[in-house]
Design a protein around this ligand. Structure first.
Ligand SMILES: C[S@@+](CC[C@H](N)C(=O)[O-])C[C@H]1O[C@@H](n2cnc3c(N)ncnc32)[C@H](O)[C@@H]1O
Length: 374
């Protein structure tokens, strides 16, 4: 605290931005209750953190806890209810005022201390036994908030301390288009959506938009392909094996480990006569404690495709065009590189290439594209 408005935000190498820009771009939405409500309403997320804390009370009872990015204060309050001696709830935005009110309304003001400030600038009076945080963005690393958790861990966690969550993984699988609520999932339906919008209205508030649709040039196609899509995939849309792209041990990971994620992996098609439309990416996190001090009950929070609504994170979809007809036994070799956008270190760019080897021995034309996770 006490730095000028234009101080630089701690981030990965070459990723620093002035603090006021970061505040306007990133933190501002978190200052509103509607945004916190979206997270508080995510049952999968809430159940996972609730169970992680209350099924592992031993890690919290009589301990000191740091909640990095406390938001409404929910994780800090649960930690106190699980028996923590002291909880420091650090929140960068004015949401801290709501958190403080909530703490008081639940009569926990003697245990939970809400501190308004950026984690990188806050000073605590002691080191802590537990760091808890919900830092995950779309496809795990969007928002780059894990940098702040790493910073907090290196500065404030005792050598014997525990991270909640303790591990995270990124996944990717081949997908086909869906039906019903899950209609979107391939490039054609994404485009139909846009074409229909223009065809049905002819003009948009008096402006002729047809030049943006037909004829659709390769240049326009490329532009549309570049944006990866947020989607809620149905498990039936997954047409092959899923691969782990990245595994993170939250106790030891460094910013250098996560600012670039590079991986080469293979995916096998497991469905007969199907159409590959792209790739779906998601993540999971685990609450496992640490090797010398494991959780009594390991809890998993997964954002994998689900028959129900799933989570507010959904999945990140990377479309390819044209779709490819594939069948069981065909093999896809994927090269994946995710890095931070140079303009905004909280957004991601993905370079994805694939080579498809058909069961018959035929090699299909390789595909390569660059996507943005905005
Ligand atoms: C995903 S929300 C989680 C909120 C709450 N912990 C929960 O689980 O409902 C992340 C919160 O962390 C805050 N935050 C992100 N980076 C921060 C930092 N470096 N210092 C303090 N707060 C931060 C954001 O303002 C936001 O309220």
């Amino acid at each position: 605290m006490g730095t000028s408005a234009n101080a630089v935000v701690v981030g990965g190498r070459g990723a620093a931005v002035p603090k006021d820009v970061d505040f306007a771009n990133y933190f501002c939405t978190y200052a509103f209750l509607y945004h916190q409500k979206e997270m508080l309403s995510d049952r999968v997320r809430m159940d996972a953190y609730f169970n992680a804390i209350f099924e592992n009370k031993r890690h919290f009872a009589s301990k000191t806890v740091l909640d990095v990015g406390a938001g409404s204060g929910i994780l800090a309050i649960w930690s106190a209810q699980a028996g923590a001696r002291k909880v420091y709830a650090v929140e960068a935005t004015k949401m801290s005022e709501h958190a403080r009110a909530l703490v008081k309304a639940n009569n926990l003001q003697d245990v939970v201390e809400v501190i308004e400030g950026s984690m990188e600038e806050v000073t605590l009076p002691e080191k802590v036994d537990v760091i808890i945080s919900e830092w995950m963005g779309y496809f795990l690393l969007r928002e780059s908030m894990f940098d702040s958790v790493i910073h907090a861990r290196d500065r404030w966690l005792k050598p014997t301390g525990v991270m909640y969550p303790s591990h995270a993984r990124m996944w990717m699988a081949p997908i086909r288009t869906g039906i019903g609520d899950h209609k979107l999932g391939d490039y054609e339906s994404a485009m139909d959506d846009w074409h229909n919008f223009v065809d049905e209205t002819k003009t948009c508030y008096g402006v002729d938009m047809s030049t943006l649709t037909k004829p659709f040039s390769d240049e326009q196609r490329k532009y549309y392909l570049q944006t990866s899509l947020w989607n809620n995939l149905h498990p039936h849309q997954v047409i092959g094996t899923a691969a782990i792209i990245k595994e993170i041990d939250c106790l030891t990971a460094t910013v250098a480990d996560i600012e670039k994620v590079r991986s080469n992996f293979s995916l096998s098609i497991t469905m007969e006569h199907t159409k590959l439309c792209g790739f779906g990416g998601w993540f999971d996190v685990h609450f496992r404690g640490r090797t010398e001090d494991p959780a009594e009950h390991e809890i998993e929070l997964t954002t994998a495709p689900s028959v129900d609504y799933g989570t507010h994170w959904g999945q990140q979809v990377f479309l390819l065009h044209p779709p490819m007809h594939l069948s069981q036994g065909d093999d896809i070799k994927v090269s994946f590189l995710m890095s931070r956008s140079k303009e905004n270190h909280r957004l991601m760019e993905v370079e994805l290439g694939c080579e498809i080897h058909q069961h018959s021995g035929k090699l299909l034309a390789p595909f390569k594209n660059k996507y943005y996770i905005e």
